[in-house]
Design a binder for this molecule. Structure first.
Ligand code: DX5
Ligand code: ZN
Length: 217
């Protein structure tokens, strides 16, 4: 069964706590929180204090996607704020192993992400050190972009590697996921689907999430 993980980047961020409560009621499996520093990506969103105040509004896991340089500096802050999964970009980490160790030392699950132009193979030596792999299907930084088709073969390759090694590692995909492409992405082996504009951007978010799930059945 696939999981839908709405990204609050397309929600009303000035009303984040209520947006989290409402999307949980509507059936979201996780909530995706995009943290951007205006440095690793050309956009700025919010940091740990905002997540801390939104955390009590929902019970489902907070999936925190850090698009920041050297995230190791802030892992403790995001853990204390209530993150359940912290995903870092391999491109942003000087020492990825130390960063993953830090996340685990804080009692949080660790994810590692690759941008569209980063070969997926860089994740292979780390697969047994993470609880989730995130394949970006758009250039990180903005919601509402079109899915980059060339990224799909990376999902297939990663799924094959995970299966070959007998691991139980979920693959998350992020960017441009819509009802008319989700089935193809699922077929490549993705398990968790981040969806910003195709959920929070819709009037009826419950129906939007059902449309995504039904498209895969
Ligand atoms: C983009 C973010 C995504 C974004 C996805 O850098 O990481 O999580 O919110 O938005 P959509 O689903 O609209 O492409
Ligand atoms: Zn994201």
């Amino acid at each position: 069964m696939i999981k839908i993980c709405p990204s609050v980047l397309s929600a009303n961020l000035a009303d984040l706590a209520n947006e989290c409560a409402s999307i949980e009621r509507d059936g979201a499996d996780l909530i995706h929180l995009d943290v951007m520093d205006g440095n690793f990506v050309p956009n700025i969103t919010f940091g740990a204090p905002v997540i801390k105040w939104a955390r009590p509004a929902a019970k489902i896991p907070f999936d925190v996607h850090l698009m920041i340089e050297e995230p190791i500096r802030y892992i403790e802050d995001f853990a204390k704020a209530g993150a359940d999964i912290i995903t870092v970009h391999i491109e942003a980490c000087h020492d990825i192993t130390a960063t993953l160790d830090k996340i685990h030392a804080c009692g949080v699950k660790a994810g590692v992400s690759v941008k569209p132009n980063t070969p997926v193979e860089v994740l292979y030596p780390l697969l047994d050190k993470m609880e989730m792999a995130l394949i970006m299907t758009v250039e990180p930084g903005f919601g509402g972009q079109g899915l980059i088709e060339e990224t799909l073969s990376k999902i297939t390759a990663l799924k094959e590697e995970i299966t070959r090694r007998g691991l139980e590692l979920p693959i998350e995909v992020d960017g441009g996921i819509k009802a008319d492409n989700i089935a193809r992405v699922a077929k490549c082996g993705a398990d968790i689907f981040v969806a910003g504009s195709s959920v929070f951007g819709k009037e009826d978010r419950k129906a939007a999430m059902n449309d995504l799930k039904n498209a895969v059945k």
